[in-house]
Design a protein around this ligand. Sequence first.
Ligand code: M6R
Length: 365
Amino acid sequence: SLNGFDHYMLKEIYEQPESIRNAMRGRLDDQDATAVFGGLNLTPQQLRSVERIVLTGCGTSWHSALVGEYLIEELARIPVSVEYASELRYRNPPMENNTLVFGITQSGETADTLAALRETKRKGHRTLAICNVVASSIAQAADGGVYLHAGPEIGVASTKAYTSQCCVLAMLALYFGRTRHMSYEGGKRLIEELRRLPAAVQQALTTDEQVRDVAKKYCNATNFLYLGRQYNFPTALEGALKLKEISYIHAEGYPAAEMKHGPIALVDKDTPSLFIVPRGTTHDKVMANMEEVKARGGPIIAVASHDDPHIEAIADDVIRVPSVQEFLQPIVTVVPLQLLSYHIALLRGCDVDKPRNLAKSVTVE
Ligand code: M6R
């Protein structure tokens, strides 16, 4: 049921502190400072011998794969490649013997993801699923995997499944990291950061009113740019996809620094740029990109850290989110972007839970 919410999408956005908690329940091991998973079905030898990880999926699940790539490479130092399932199934790339493949999917029924997993499995690679729906086709076809435990996601726009996927990928990075170079102390710190997430997401939800005002201001735009770097490059793609899907506004996501290689030509007074610019390694570089947009008369919305002192000087609208470690930021910064697409869609009279031309799961090629 809708539990007092107007739409499933909004209800599911608000469920995220709880769905993230459920993704972590029973999976953080303080004793060994690692993560534990019941269903990976990997022996310690198999685990140790993994030389490459392939993450595959479609749409929003492909975006979480991009977050996973950054996480696993940084925390576990295992090379990762991210593949669109629809491309992987026909591309026939060479894959080393010790390649582990993860199919990421909310529904577990996406035809391309299922086909990509079957193909890699047929070639003898260990094939696992990161999936929400228990006993779905992909969960059954895989050699093992991790369930999201996010509860049913009804809104066509994926929200809570995405943040849970990112959370599971962070725990997998911890798990793989701890079988390799990551110290006990390092594992401990990561677990502490993960435990702070539900409260941080709760805090990010309090931006709702303010996001609604931003939505009012920009709901008649016909183009939007979403820009972020590093861990928040996938956030930019995800924010743009949410807006396209349910508001039918053309939006593009880019790594912020790519802007000057083309997309900046789109900037004018009617094209808002949304920058995801929390504190972190590339913060100052992204601020410089914001200056470039401002100089060309483009309106700027910034999703920034709660204590960023300089942001108001450049951005027209600032949405502040709590600070978390850089590698967990996407789980927090995506929340106002989900809310923005929701409010803009409502203001434009769109059917947020059932956007035109789309189905909840894409079971055809
Ligand atoms: O169920 P899946 O995660 O496999 O679905 C993949 C995509 O179809 C899905 O994420 C789609 O992009 C969503 N509508 C995005 O909100």
